[in-house]
Design a protein around this ligand. Structure first.
Ligand code: CP
Length: 344
C-alpha cells in the first residue's frame, strides 16, 4: 500500500535535526538487526517487494548511492538510478518538475543527493505520496552518514551516551559534521569540534541538542586528549585555492590525525572517516588501515542503516509518529536549521 499523505512526515528523512530521539533509536535498532541479517548467507527479503526507489544522485557518490542500491535490492525493492547527465534536468527541467514526474509514475521513495543546502526541506511539503530521503544536500546534512557512524560504533560495543568525541577538520562545509553533531548530542555524547579558524564557523555550539555538549577549539591536542572517538573530516581541496588553508603541509602539521598522535593523546581511541579519504592529508594512511580505524566498518554499517531508512521511507504507516510529537520535532528542526545556517 502506498504512503498515506498523513504519514509522509514520518517517512521523509531530511536531516537528523528533524528526528525525535525515539525515531533515532528505532532506526538504530532496526539497523542493528539488519546488520546481523546482512552478515548472514545471501540475505534477501521481500519486505519492500513492489516498492520503487529512485536514487537521484545529482552529485558524485560511491558509498551512499551503492549502499542504498544494495539495501533496496536486499529488501526486494525495484531500484532505479537517476543522474543529472542524461535526464531531462539536462534539458532545463526544474528539479520540482522532475520530482513530481517521479511521484506521478508511482515511485515510493526518492533518495536525493544535491548541491543545494536544504533542497529536500523545500521539496518535501510539495509531495503527496512519495517520500524523500536526503543523501547529502550541500553543506546542510547527511543524515544516513551520521546514523551509520553511530551504528558502526554500537556494533563495536561503543554507546554514544557520555561518549567523548572529537570532530576534526573542514567543518565549515561539512554536512557530515552537522549531522554528526545533531545525532551525537541527541544521544548524550560530548563533542569537541576542532580545526583551523578559517574552517570553523561561528555558532557551532548552538547546534547541540543538549546545551553545553559541544566545545570548540583550534588546538588538536585539546580536542583529541581523552577522546574515545575521533572523526576526521575530508579536507575539501578547493579550500586551499580559496585561501582558507595556507598550504596542505601546514594543515597536515596542525591537524592530521596520525597513529602516533592518537596513541600519545588518547591511547585506545577509535578513528572514523566518512570517506572519500585524502590519505596523508587529514588522516595518516597507516592509521586508516590500522585496528583503530572503523572506516571499513562504517561502510558495512551503511548498508544496514540504509535498509532501516528505506523500510521507514516505504512503509510509512508502520513507522508513523504521533502528530503532536511530530509537530514538536518540526519546531525543533526549524530551530536547528537556523543554527546550522548561522554556522555555515
Ligand atoms: N561518505 C559519503 O557520502 O561518501 P560518498 O560521497 O561516496 O557517498
Amino acid at each position: 500500500m502506498r504512503s498515506n499523505p498523513r504519514d509522509l512526515a514520518s517517512a521523509h528523512l531530511l536531516g537528523i535535526a528533524d528526528l525525535l530521539v525515539s525515531e533515532i533509536e528505532r532506526l538504530l535498532r532496526v539497523g542493528e538487526r539488519a546488520a546481523r541479517w546482512l552478515a548472514g548467507e545471501a540475505p534477501k527479503s521481500d519486505v519492500l517487494r513492489g516498492r520503487v526507489v529512485v536514487l537521484g544522485f545529482l552529485e558524485p557518490s560511491t558509498r551512499t548511492r551503492v549502499s542504498f542500491e544494495i539495501a533496496g535490492k536486499r529488501l526486494g525493492a525495484d531500484t532505479i538510478n537517476l543522474t543529472g547527465g542524461g535526464s531531462s534536468l539536462d534539458k532545463g527541467e526544474s528539479l520540482l518538475d522532475t520530482v513530481w514526474t517521479l511521484e506521478s509514475m508511482g515511485v515510493d521513495c526518492l533518495v536525493l543527493r544535491h548541491a543545494r543546502s536544504g533542497v529536500g526541506n523545500d521539496l518535501a511539503p510539495r509531495l503527496e505520496r512519495m517520500s524523500l530521503v536526503n543523501g547529502g544536500d550541500g553543506a546542510h546534512e547527511h543524515p544516513t552518514q551520521a546514523l551509520l557512524d553511530v551504528l558502526a560504533l554500537r556494533l563495536r560495543g561503543v554507546s554514544p551516551g557520555g561518549l567523548r568525541v572529537a570532530i576534526v577538520g573542514d567543518v565549515a562545509y561539512s554536512r557530515v559534521a552537522r549531522s554528526d553533531l545533531f545525532l551525537l548530542t541527541a544521544l548524550g555524547a560530548h563533542v569537541t569540534v576542532c580545526g583551523p579558524p578559517s574552517l570553523l564557523p561561528a555558532g557551532l555550539a548552538g547546534m547541540a541538542r543538549a546545551p553545553g555538549s559541544i566545545a570548540v577549539t583550534h588546538d588538536l591536542e585539546d580536542a583529541v586528549s581523552g577522546a574515545r572517538v575521533v572523526i576526521a573530516l575530508r579536507l575539501q581541496r578547493e579550500r586551499q585555492e580559496a585561501g582558507l588553508v595556507p598550504s596542505i603541509e601546514d594543515y597536515v602539521r596542525g591537524y592530521q590525525i596520525t597513529a602516533d598522535r592518537l596513541e600519545r593523546l588518547s591511547p585506545g581511541a577509535l578513528v572514523l572517516h566518512p570517506g572519500p579519504m585524502n590519505r596523508g592529508v587529514e588522516i595518516e594512511s597507516r592509521l586508516a588501515d590500522s585496528p583503530a580505524s572503523l572506516v571499513r566498518e562504517q561502510v558495512t554499517a551503511g548498508v544496514a542503516v540504509r535498509c532501516a531508512v528505506l523500510e521507514r521511507a516505504c512503509r510509512a504507516g508502520e513507522w508513523a509518529t504521533p502528530a503532536a510529537a511530530r509537530a514538536q520535532a518540526n519546531v525543533e528542526a526549524v530551530r536547528a536549521f537556523a543554527a546550522a545556517r548561522e554556522a555555515s
